[in-house]
Design a protein around this ligand. Structure first.
Ligand code: CTP
Ligand code: MG
Length: 170
């Protein structure tokens, strides 16, 4: 049980490297229809979840799903690596335009855990790609506080969610 409940409805943007547990975190808390995943959409419009050639089409669909759900004031959990600042800014603005709170959830899983989970997978991400994701996620954590999120939560493995910052007033 999380210490800090995430508001609902809300925009929930996950931030974490491959193997950090984003999809596991989301599916244990939300219905399938509430989660939009770039990997899943690659599988819908491409040859599979790992078809990187399908990324542009997958993200175009993802943007449509986010906009449509927020426009109806429905919860949407965005399951991507979460490290693109322009995308985060767009999603957050769309949530606030719809009057919904916007929450960033960082899967702050140790690099070694991500690496060993990745290595155990059928289709591991190349080690250099994972290293770059881990570095980008670490850099992203420092950016979130100034982006205007209603809250930034940090989910550590097997530890309840705790507040990553105190929401600023205004
Ligand atoms: N896992 C685990 N314990 C957790 C979370 C995840 O053992 N608390 C395992 C999952 O069963 C899975 C792997 O770690 O085999 C990766 O978890 P997943 O949620 O799929 O990670 P993602 O961050 O979604 O990875 P990706 O970006 O590659 O989708
Ligand atoms: Mg995933």
């Amino acid at each position: 049980v999380d210490v800090v409940p995430v508001p609902d409805p809300a925009l929930v943007v996950l931030v974490g490297a491959s193997g950090s547990g984003k999809s596991t975190w989301a599916s244990s808390r939300y219905r399938t229809a509430e989660i939009v995943s770039s990997d899943a959409l690659r599988g819908v419009v491409g040859s599979g979840e790992h078809d990187l050639d399908a990324s542009a089409d997958a993200f175009a669909l993802l943007e449509q799903v986010v906009a449509a759900r927020l426009g109806r004031r429905l919860t949407v959990v965005v399951d991507t690596v979460g490290t693109d600042p322009a995308r985060r800014r767009r999603w957050l603005a769309a949530a606030h335009e719809a009057g919904l709170p916007a929450v960033a959830v960082v899967l702050d899983t140790p690099a070694g855990v991500c690496r060993s989970r990745n290595a155990a997978r059928d289709r591991p991400v190349p080690a250099r790609v994972l290293d770059r994701q881990l570095a980008t996620v670490a850099a992203t954590v420092g950016l979130l506080d100034d982006e205007g999120w209603d809250s930034v939560l940090v989910a550590t493995p097997d530890v309840p969610t705790h507040p990553g910052n105190t929401p600023s007033t205004g």
